[in-house]
Design a protein around this ligand. Sequence first.
Ligand SMILES: C[S@@+](CC[C@H](N)C(=O)[O-])C[C@H]1O[C@@H](n2cnc3c(N)ncnc32)[C@H](O)[C@@H]1O
Length: 342
Amino acid sequence: MHHYAILANPGHNRIYFDTALKIAVLELEAMFAGLNVQVQDIGERELGLPAAIAFSTQDPLSSDELRQISASSIYYAIFEVMPQGLLKPLQPEPYGTFPESMNQILRYTGKTNEQFTRLMVNLGLSACDTDSKVKTLMDPMCGKGTTLYEGLIRGLDVVGVEINDKWVQEIQTFIVKYLKNGRYKHETKKEKRTGEKGKKLANCFIVDTAISKEAFKAAPQNLKLMAADTRICDKVVKKNSIDLMVSDLPYGVQHGSKQATDVKMARSPLELLEEALPAWKNCLKRGGAVVLSYNEFTLKWKEAAQAFEAAGFLVKADTPYVGFVHRVDQSINRNIIVAVKG
Ligand SMILES: C[S@@+](CC[C@H](N)C(=O)[O-])C[C@H]1O[C@@H](n2cnc3c(N)ncnc32)[C@H](O)[C@@H]1O
């Protein structure tokens, strides 16, 4: 057997309090399942490290497996656990796409934590069963873009839909400035999305970019962004084009006075979910996955599961896709639901 230990990112503990490692174990189990790697004895372990998750495998992890595991949200460093408990540091190859700073520069109230977003993206990549070579990640309620930046960092194509036009503008301004400052090759264009009788539904902002000129020439990554109501996102996003959706449902709590007084945001989370699911399903490819976080104080997992099932999704109701509930603050008890378009 081969024994490994992941040193937990210290930032994680602060954010999820005492449940950080527990939910990271579930995320890792999902990632290993996606990689077809059999793991044993995975869990928190006392190894003389501040906080660590240990696991064992029959065969040594390959360099690609190591690289993929280094993208888990808890990851800070990985060691092979040698006889007598000696820890040998391993060096996974870097991902080679955009740096983490893309997701860390913007700070704002209501931002979904980047590490948690990474955890959801990993669950989505594991749960989705599509054959796309480069996967397309959509956030159908993208706020100011945390999921989209995480997708670009992970080498994916990304699509964002957000009802608040001001936030869509902010994403555009930020991404163009970021790419310019980092001297990343990029090309932008604008298109109109129209409905019946040519009626305009939304403007679509498009960026093609890559970390180098060579990568751009070979295959640029693509970002598409639209200010639209998620309930009609299938009118502005190509049908059957999305491999995974990752989103954070409005929490039904006040992040700022403007958001709370906006009538468009006043709908209950369950109502919004039920109304949005048919359009989300249309956008997804068969086998595509939805990973949605929400506040258990305003929506129960069972209610969300029923809504997904009523819309024709298959809900992932077994470990490692359940058991993510954790306290964020006094008014938010966050959970995750994962479902697949069958
Ligand atoms: C919890 S926030 C997402 C935050 C985002 N993950 C981030 O880090 O910026 C939920 C988002 O859903 C958006 N929203 C609410 N109702 C919507 C609708 N009908 N269509 C599209 N977006 C909607 C809100 O404007 C808000 O930006």
